[in-house]
Design a protein around this ligand. Structure first.
Ligand code: FPP
Length: 232
């Protein structure tokens, strides 16, 4: 059984899960956080090297203020509360996204946890926070243009060079992208990075997603033939 080197997950369905229980949306996000814990532990155990989680998109800032506030508090609390577990399990933590929209308190917690876990080598857990694919492409293009201007000449640009300007520089592209809750779209996620990623969708809502569902996704991944546009 091949274990994907990089698994990425669009964690969807927290709101619907909460509604089914007659609770507010934040209740679903809190339950979703427990799933994050279970899935992270399992991925580290089976040998996944990178696990990236779409926790909050640039578009999500348009949600009701109390939901946004609650989600940010949940992230902050998790970054402080899960530190010891990450250290014990040798997990490196990273946050990728548009830092310009994050509060100073959250940024400080991110910097602290990234620094504390920088030497951990078993698996890298990446929280895609205030992230969107178009934002990433634009910031890469802007920075490349600035470097060109500074150099005073046209700099050569190939795929590897462009990828080095993306917020995900240094991280291999996802091999497997999982999306929960039955939605089947990319939702402005890693647009460049998912060029050859295998997609797997499940109707299961994120708070209900368990190790067995992850296993099913990996089983399915193993049945796929990745040809990268070539003929076998
Ligand atoms: C999508 O469900 C989920 C989110 C926008 C937030 C994801 C956050 C978590 C899983 C919890 C926090 C995570 C960490 C790492 C602390 P939705 O609200 O779009 O659900 P819906 O489509 O049913 O409305």
């Amino acid at each position: 059984m091949a274990i994907p080197q990089h698994i990425s997950i669009i964690m969807d369905g927290n709101g619907r899960w909460a509604r089914q229980q007659g609770k507010i949306r934040l209740f679903g996000h809190k339950a979703g956080k427990e799933t994050v814990r279970e899935v992270t532990t399992e991925c580290a155990k089976i040998g996944v090297r990178y696990l990236s989680l779409f926790a909050f998109s640039e578009e999500n800032w348009n949600r009701p203020a109390d939901e946004v506030k609650g989600l940010m508090e949940l992230m902050l609390k998790s970054m402080i509360g899960e530190r010891d577990t990450m250290m014990k399990n040798n997990i490196r933590f990273r946050v990728i996204g548009n830092y310009a929209h994050l509060s100073e308190t959250l940024l400080e917690a991110i910097r602290q946890l990234e620094a504390d876990t920088a030497g951990n080598t078993r698996m890298t857990l990446i929280l895609m926070l205030s992230y969107s694919g178009k934002w990433d492409l634009l910031q890469a293009a802007r920075r490349f243009a600035a470097d060109t201007l500074a150099a005073g000449r046209e700099l050569p640009l190939d795929e590897d060079t462009f990828a080095s300007y993306l917020a995900t520089a240094g991280i291999p592209d996802p091999d497997l992208l999982i999306r929960t809750s039955g939605e089947q779209r990319i939702s402005n996620y890693m647009l460049w990075q998912c060029a050859y990623t295998e997609f797997w969708y499940t109707p299961v809502l994120w708070p209900d997603f368990r190790t067995k569902d992850l296993q099913q996704a990996i089983d399915e991944f193993n049945k796929r033939q990745r040809r990268y546009g070539k003929v076998e």
